[in-house]
Design a protein around this ligand. Structure first.
Ligand code: ZN
Length: 250
């Protein structure tokens, strides 16, 4: 079993909303090459290069697991033309209602994915390959799907997608303002019951102990205003979120 962080999420947004910096994880088990989420618009130019750092070409990916159908997680699915696309059937049922009031739902891409002939709906929690299982974790959207990685060489790791976007949501075990707050809280508690490490949708890789959530790495991003716009030189805003920790409330 191999697991690589292709893109580390970053927990930043602007006053106007998401910067779409979401996590992407590569999993390899036996001869299966799996990608969990595909990154958002800001990674459209670079997702394949990010993956190549691990010696994997986009065309080799045979399975895409989409945590949920939001633009910042599914946008680049078309770069993986040979992959079966897994989406939970409850997410598909929600997407079929064409929830365009949800600003992050990309209706045109959903239509494409549905028509691709590559979409497989996941009906229940199941093992996809040895050590890699799906887990329904609704709340952020109605059919959010996590992946549980169980391997003798690593702590039990849950790839949570936006069911858990960041350290605060994991530590508090609640998400005020989510699509369904009660479902979100229940999903996070079920993840906390089994996870030793959580890869969140938009934050660092987080270690779970009995009392604390501990970031295992820093997160960095840079915002650039091009040269000649704000002055002769480019303006660079370097963002750093350090190796923080937070006491568990649940
Ligand atoms: Zn989302």
């Amino acid at each position: 079993m191999r697991m690589e962080m292709v893109i580390n999420g970053f927990p930043g947004k602007t006053a106007q909303g998401s910067l779409s910096w979401s996590s992407v994880v590569y999993l390899e088990s036996g001869n299966r090459k799996i990608l969990f989420d595909t990154g958002g618009p800001s990674k459209r130019r670079s997702i394949r290069e990010h993956l190549r750092r691990f010696g994997v070409e986009a065309t080799e990916i045979d399975t895409l697991i989409l945590s949920h159908f939001h633009d910042d997680h599914v946008r680049n699915y078309d770069y993986f033309p040979n992959a079966e696309i897994l989406l939970h059937e409850m997410e598909a049922a929600w997407a079929d209602t064409n929830p365009v009031g949800d600003f992050a739902f990309p209706a045109p891409y959903y239509k494409e994915v549905k028509g691709s002939g590559r979409l497989t709906l996941v009906k229940k929690d199941e093992e996809i390959v040895p050590g890699i299982s799906t887990m329904l974790v609704p709340g952020h959207t109605p059919g959010c799907m996590a992946v549980v990685v169980r391997d003798s060489n690593r702590p039990v790791t849950v790839l949570a997608g936006d069911a858990i976007k960041n350290m605060a949501e994991l530590a508090e075990a609640q998400v005020p303002g989510s699509h369904d707050e009660a479902a979100s809280a229940d999903s996070i508690r079920r993840v906390l019951d089994i996870a030793e490490v959580v890869v969140t949708g938009h934050d660092r890789v987080l270690q779970v102990t009995k009392t604390e959530i501990i970031a295992q790495s820093e997160a960095r991003e840079t915002v650039i205003v091009p040269a000649g716009v704000g002055g002769d030189e480019a303006l660079r805003l370097e963002l750093l979120v350090g190796k923080t920790s937070r006491k568990r409330q649940y």
